[in-house]
Design a protein around this ligand. Sequence first.
Ligand SMILES: *Cc1c(COP(=O)(O)O)cnc(C)c1O
Length: 671
Amino acid sequence: MQTHTLRDPKRVYYMSLEFLLGRSLDNALLNLQLKNKYGQALNSLGFNLEDLIQEEDDAALGNGGLGRLAACYMDSLACLEYPAWGYGLRYTYGIFKQRIVDGHQTEFPDYWLNFGNPWEVPRLDVVYEVRFYGQCHKYVDADGSVRWKWDGGDKVQAVAYDVPIPGFNNQTCLNIRLWSSKPKKQFDLGLFNEGNYDKSVEEQQRAENITSVLYPNDNHMVGKELRLKQQYFFVCATLKDVIRRFKKTNRPWADFPDQVAVQLNDTHPTLGIVELQRRLVDIEGLEWDEAWEIVTRVFAFTNHTVLPEALETWPVPMMAHLLPRHLAIIYDINLFFLQKVEAMFPNDRDRLRRMSIIEESSPQRVRMAHLAIVGSHCVNGVAALHSELVKNVIFKDFVDFYGADKFTNVTNGITPRRWLNQANPQLASLITATIGDGWSKDLTELAKLKAHADKPDFQKKWMAIKKHNKQRLADLIRKQSGIVVDPESLFDVQVKRIHEYKRQLMNILGVIHRYLALKRMTPAARANEVKRTVIFGGKAAPGYYMAKLVIKLINNVANIVNNDPQTRDYLKVVYIFDYNVSLAEIIIPASDISQHISTAGTEASGTSNMKFVLNGGLIVGTVDGANIEIGEEIGDENIFFFGALAHEVDDIRHAQRYRQVKMDAHLEVVL
Ligand SMILES: *Cc1c(COP(=O)(O)O)cnc(C)c1O
């Protein structure tokens, strides 16, 4: 980091309200190449490294794929020695802990900081004030120019906590700076003098509230004021820190976009665009156009979803109350933007309505994705199909206006260090013994395995490792739920957040069909069947009724199927509770096949599909998200596509809903 300070290159800032990091000890030892030495040292003290690793709580400051992507990117940036920083929030409670009680999901708080966190460096010296509410008004400054001022309201403090991200076998260690909210040091003397002690303490507690809990919704927007507060708290503290670092070198503001690149992980940190414009105009005294040029050159935006219920919009009255100056700036950004749209497409009022940052609902709402597009120089989707839908469906008007070059694709990825090296050390060793260790920094090297794929000795070793990993998962399942599964059976896995679009319901209906088919068979026919263990796992958002009902259904089916003496040797159903990164590291290397079966066009990318493939698993999947690119890499013999294509879905839905059409000849045969 001193090297970065000294050389002062352009920095990349990854802004994300979620970082699903998992554990750090094993990863740090592997990346520092210290695992053997450290294990030996522990042994000499009478401890076992594997046991010690299990003691660590997951840092679970994310919901699912989006938060894990942020963690994987930070590992990758450290490996490739980019001058990068991650910025996020230090939630006191991460994603809830899940238990299954009577087949139902129940949630418990994840107080991961209970016994302290050795993987953070409190930076009590890095503190910024953040304002909420208050008023804004015009005034004339000493030079006679009209300026805006935001004052009054409440102030809280953001305190930095730094989480180190060591690179793999190099000299780089990056940093994720997480902000924690604290009350400001000065008390409100007014309240004290009124003898209002209770109210004074209450106000202090409200400040700590801001970063107390991660919102547990995956791909779903919930418009709570506290969430909007989190978002502004985050961008305000982060930009103050970024600007402080920039100002240390005394460069002019015009250099800012050459020194700073900010990547927005979804729309959650989009207020950063407005906040930077506010700081440049109201505080630094730049002209609007000069400031806006800087802002748009700094920000780039990653879109993560096309699901309408997931697109963020905030009620104007809430924004007006919490962030009055920001709302005024949004109105100006929108006016200048729509004036340009009008110039290009005169009198097309419907286009202006569609493209406006303000949705004309009652109450009006701020469309955060539109704001993010207008305030960024680059917008990307997260897999080829998704990026096409972004360009041709959800933001088509913006392509007409800006041109297609502003819209790009950056297919999601995963770090092979955690998802192969760490999660599957035996397979990693076999690969290294076979083709050398270049793969852990350049995955394309894995193609060299093709030359060995048909060698019986290599295959035997490969299958022995898969068997070992399946036994490791079978042990975990027995410990969690008491269910004994056969490691010789085929492990058929679907682990991911529970969501209707991911279609766990279709999978469990398939299991019911499989069970009934087994029941109808003669014992002799049954004995010819491939034994199968169907494994589910994942959390449902606490307020998502349908998703929770699917969990209950899976558990009820498991109860019937696992206890039927006619079928239980051939089919088992397991619900692994509290799916998280550490469990994923055990489950994924043990899969024979995994299911990624979202309705085509709904899963933006998926990343667990990549983790499974990297561990030698086969995929059953729809033609959706990154499944398509994975298929191009691994070939038809390793991925089993089925189902409708994205462009067919609307017509099928329409026909199914409004006409009495038979589904599909295909399906009739199956049924
Ligand atoms: C990778 C990962 C995800 C994302 O899974 P998808 O199947 O791509 O939705 C979610 N949760 C955890 C814990 C993960 O490791």
